[in-house]
Design a protein around this ligand. Structure first.
Ligand code: 5GP
Ligand code: MG
Ligand code: MG
Length: 183
């Protein structure tokens, strides 16, 4: 779905389809360079990271493996609590592996911080993070994110994997929603 089709549901487009594609290709080139001599495992965090995973991995030239995890943050409403439950674990034993966690967005950083501690306890050779989006103003914990697509303002966004009530994930750009959609 493009922004024109979504129409008045959107307030404004932060990142066009082209801007996303350009930056994803650059991140892919960075990963190609940094993992040229390593056996890399991309770990996508469902469901938000599916678009980044699909486009990033296809834009990469080195051989790689993929796995997925699904996690849910306990707590009320839309705010992350930092207490995380694994809904789907990896199929892969990551001991001794070079892992790159692929995320849609880093907001408070609480989910990622928990995930990194969890993955690190499994004895990987390395764990790095690649996130398409980051909201620096929303950070509650410091997390090292080596590969960031775009830093964005502290606004709720949808599209390119990101949802509101499980909708708009298939929007091809990143946008804020019009107020009438929430109410
Ligand atoms: P954190 O634990 O960093 O606060 O939140 C991580 C998760 O919250 C993200 O992976 C994403 O699923 C969701 N999230 C955070 N900010 C946004 C946003 O602006 N839009 C949407 N749709 N989801 C968000
Ligand atoms: Mg996510
Ligand atoms: Mg969501």
């Amino acid at each position: 779905m493009d922004a024109a089709t979504a129409g008045t549901d959107l307030e404004h487009v932060l990142l066009s389809r082209e801007q996303v594609a350009t930056r994803v290709a650059e991140l892919a080139a960075d990963l190609d360079r940094d993992y040229a001599d390593k056996d890399v495992l991309l770990v996508g965090v469902l469901k938000g990271a599916v678009m980044v995973m699909a486009d990033l991995s296809r834009a990469m030239s080195i051989p790689l493996s993929m796995d997925f995890m699904a996690v849910s943050s306990y707590g009320s409403g839309t705010k992350s609590s930092g207490v995380v439950r694994i809904l789907k674990d990896l199929d892969t034993d990551i001991s001794g592996r070079h892992v790159v966690v692929v995320e849609d967005i880093i907001d408070s950083g609480l989910t990622l911080s928990w995930l990194l501690a969890n993955l690190s306890s499994r004895g990987p050779a390395s764990v790095k993070v690649c996130a398409l989006l980051r909201k620096p103003e929303a950070a509650k914990v410091e997390v090292d994110v080596e590969y960031v697509g775009y830093d964005i303002p502290n606004e709720f966004v949808v599209g390119y994997g990101l949802d509101f009530a499980d909708k708009y994930r298939n929007l091809d750009c990143v946008a804020t929603l019009a107020p009438h959609v929430y109410s």
